[in-house]
Every structure is written in C-alpha cells, then in structure tokens.
Write a protein that binds this ligand. Structure first.
Ligand code: GCU
Length: 429
C-alpha cells in the first residue's frame, strides 16, 4: 500500500497554485496550502468554478483535470482528512445466499469484505436483491446499529463490532438477539424489492467505531501496519472508505447493475454518503438524508449546528485542521456546495425535515443552488426550483430537494421519496 502522504502529494501534484508559489506551473505539494489563519475571510461562498489562486475554470477539461483534484485535495486537507487508499488485499467471503428471503420475493446474500494485509477491517455486507433476470440498481446504505437491526431474519449475523448502547438490544456495547429487527419498520425491504431495487447495507462500526477515543478500526490497522500515516484523519473519511470497499464488491455481483449504484445514508451517515460519492465516480447517485453540518448544510450557515458545535461534540469526525475554523468558518476555501459539485453531473437528492432545524434545511437548499452553476457548466440542469418547495413535494431535477413535516429520522415514507427520485434518474430497462 502506498503511504498516505504519497497519495496526497499525488492527488495535488498536477495542481497549479500560482498565487502560493509564485510560479504558474509549479507542481505543488499539499503542504503548500496556507495555514487556516492565513486564508482570507470570505463571507460569500467561494465559487466552485474558481481556483484557489483566483483563476476562473475556463472549460470542462480544466474542471475535470485541475479544479476537481484541487477541491478534493482541499477537502482532505482542511476538513475530512485523507480518505485512505484501497487496501492491497481484499477478499469477499460468502456467509450464505438464501433465495427464500422475504417469503421468496428476494435473495439475501451475506458477504464479508476482508481487507489486508494483516487484520484490516472486516465489513459485513448484507445484500437484498429482487428476483430479476436483469441486473438491478442498488441503494448502498451505511447503518447505525448493525445489519441485524434492519431485519428480524435470524440468518443475518449479529454485528461483532462495538455498538452504542442507545441501539436497541445492545448490552455492554454488544448486539444481542433482542436487537434483531429493531429498525425494520424504517427499512421497507419488501416494498423496495417490489419496486425493482436492491439494498446493500453495512454497519459503520465495522470500519471504525463512532467514538472520540483512539481508533480501534481502520486507522489503528493502518498505523500498526506502518503502511500509512493516519495523522490527517477523520472518521467520516474512514467510513467513506467503507462505502468504497462495498462498491468494490458490488461491481462484482452479477445481480447488481454496476452503473446504477446509489449511496444513501442518514445524518452522519449521509455526510459520509455524500463524501463517498464526491470521491468515487463509480457511485452514480447520492442520497445524503438530513445530513446537515459537515455534509449537506453550509459550514458558513447561521441556522442549526455550527462548525464549532460539531467539532466540539464529534472531534473524531473531521481532521485536526478543521478545528482551526471553529471561530471563523468564513476562512474555509470552499463550502459544501463544492462537495456537491464534485458529484456533478450525477444526481444528488437532499431530503430534510421541518423540525430538524439542527441540519439547516434552508441552508441545504442554498447549497444546491450554489452547486447548480457547475451542473450547468457540465450540461445538466442542476436544481430546477427557485425556492424551497412546500412540504411533501419532491423537486426531482438532477439536484433534488425534498422537505417533509416531522423530525430527524429516516422512515419508510422517506424511502418512497428516495425511490421516486431514483426512478426519475436511473434508466429503467
Ligand atoms: C448529531 C450531530 C449531527 C448528526 C446527527 C446524527 O445531531 O450534531 O451532525 O448529523 O447527530 O448523525 O444523527
């Protein structure tokens, strides 16, 4: 495996940071990015179509070859930390395949993704596919409480990873039989397969536990193996790596259409789904549901969670440098519309809830508006709406928006909206 520092310098090696180096064609290393305190205060959100050095992106080639790598490097440098590289070794180990799932409507596949060398993360992926002659689109979803919480089917193994005790049926941070199906009502699997979609789900804790304490997962393995420098790290990046490893498997599954993989997640998992999509073009669509600060809401936002609030409460989610923006997020050389822009022209749906002001639904709409110029630049419509739609009305343009009444949650109703949006944008055959 290549060292992270090498990977990072590779990611920016073709960037031109003329203003910083005094040379228009200097091959900059990431260390050339200024310290946060040296960045200018910018109350207006930086344009996605303007380089860090102030030059405008003139054409699609410049966008693809220069500005996208620059934005990826900036997000990794100032906010999320580096997404670790693909592991040198991977194995997909079958834990069973059952054609009688959901009364025979679906096939249940249990796969463990083993990473190495050595004791790398082992990701249990549960794949539910409709009975279909043709390859089907899939929602790849990271979950909060283990795969066994999604269905009462006893064949799904209890997660062996650390669980927060707030997950139902958890005792001493371990899943028990009582946890089975505890979230099943929010995952309408039968309806999803009836509509022709597969669902693949995995638990975030299989990659790295959601704890501020030292990593016992991906980063611990990378450090112990001496193969990578985990200094510029963040748990959301680790989880995005998890999405990518699941995609590595899904593109080999003959039931799945590799061109129609959607990444979905709720809240912190939605932040991760958006990051994973921005960085991995194999993912065709993103559903960051109620993702809020650090995901779909602007860091410069004045409603709900602030950069300081998220860093204070969840210091492990982002890298150390991001804390330096606590007092002045206006110094960030990007805002979250730039992360959406990295997904362009792929469809992205932001879905929100009225009572979830912590996730700043209005600010999320502005993020889509600000990402739209990049979609248009690439020949896509972007966001069609000019103002936030009424509750319950889906704006189904390639940058989609939806807000409903109610609280911060992911429900069966929300899944219907996800599928409506996917129906609209995934070619059906
Ligand atoms: C907290 C956090 C949010 C996050 C949410 C969740 O509320 O402040 O940023 O999205 O947890 O993941 O449920």
């Amino acid at each position: 495996m290549r060292a992270l520092s090498l990977l990072l310098s590779g990611a920016v090696s073709s960037l031109c940071v003329a203003a910083l180096t005094g040379c228009a064609h200097h091959r900059a290393r990431i260390e050339a990015f200024p310290e946060p305190a040296a960045l200018p205060v910018r109350v207006e959100w930086p344009s996605a179509l303007t380089f860090l050095d102030g030059r405008a992106v003139r054409n699609v080639a410049e966008w693809n070859k220069e500005r996208r790598p620059e934005l990826k490097a900036l997000f990794q440098h100032y906010m999320y930390g580096a997404i670790p590289p693909k592991p040198r070794e991977m194995r997909f180990v079958s834990g069973g395949e059952y054609v009688d799932f959901l009364n025979g409507q679906a096939t249940l596949k249990l796969v463990t993704i083993e990473t190495g060398p050595g004791e790398g993360p082992r990701i249990d992926l549960m794949v539910v596919t409709p009975k279909s002659e043709k390859r089907v689109p899939v929602f790849l979803v990271m979950n909060f409480c283990g795969n066994q919480a999604i269905t009462p089917d006893p064949r799904v193994p209890l997660t062996r990873s650390w669980l927060r005790d707030s997950c139902k049926g958890t005792v001493n941070n371990a899943a028990t039989e009582a946890s089975r199906g505890s979230q099943a009502q929010d995952w309408p699997l039968a309806e999803i397969v009836r509509r022709g979609y597969a669902v693949a789900s995995f638990y975030s804790g299989d990659i790295d536990p959601d704890r501020a304490e030292a990593s016992t997962g991906l980063y611990a393995w990378l450090a112990a193996g001496g193969t990578s420098n985990p200094a510029n790290r963040g748990t959301i990046s680790a989880w995005a790596w998890g999405y990518q490893r699941c995609v590595d498997y899904l593109v080999t599954d003959r039931a799945i259409d590799p061109a129609r993989i959607a990444a979905l997640g709720h809240s912190r998992n939605g932040k991760t789904a958006l990051l994973a999509t921005a960085f991995d073009e194999r993912i065709a669509m993103a559903f960051p549901h109620q993702a809020g600060c650090g995901g779909s809401a602007p860091s410069r936002g004045k409603i709900g969670e602030s950069v300081k609030a998220i860093n204070d409460r969840f210091p492990h989610w982002f890298n150390a440098r991001f804390k330096e923006f606590n007092a002045q997020p206006e110094r960030l050389p990007f805002d979250q519309h730039c992360l959406v822009a990295l997904c362009a022209p792929r469809p992205v749906l932001f879905s929100a809830a009225e009572d979830d002001q912590w996730a700043n639904p209005a600010g999320q709409f502005e993020v889509l508006q600000a990402a739209t110029p990049v979609y248009r630049f690439l020949g896509s419509e972007g966001l069609r709406a000019e103002r936030v739609p009424p509750f319950g009305v889906l704006v189904d343009s390639p940058l989609g928006y939806y807000i409903r009444e109610g609280k911060h949650s992911m429900t069966a109703e929300d899944w219907r909206v996800f599928m409506d949006f996917a129906d609209r944008h995934f070619r059906r055959d």
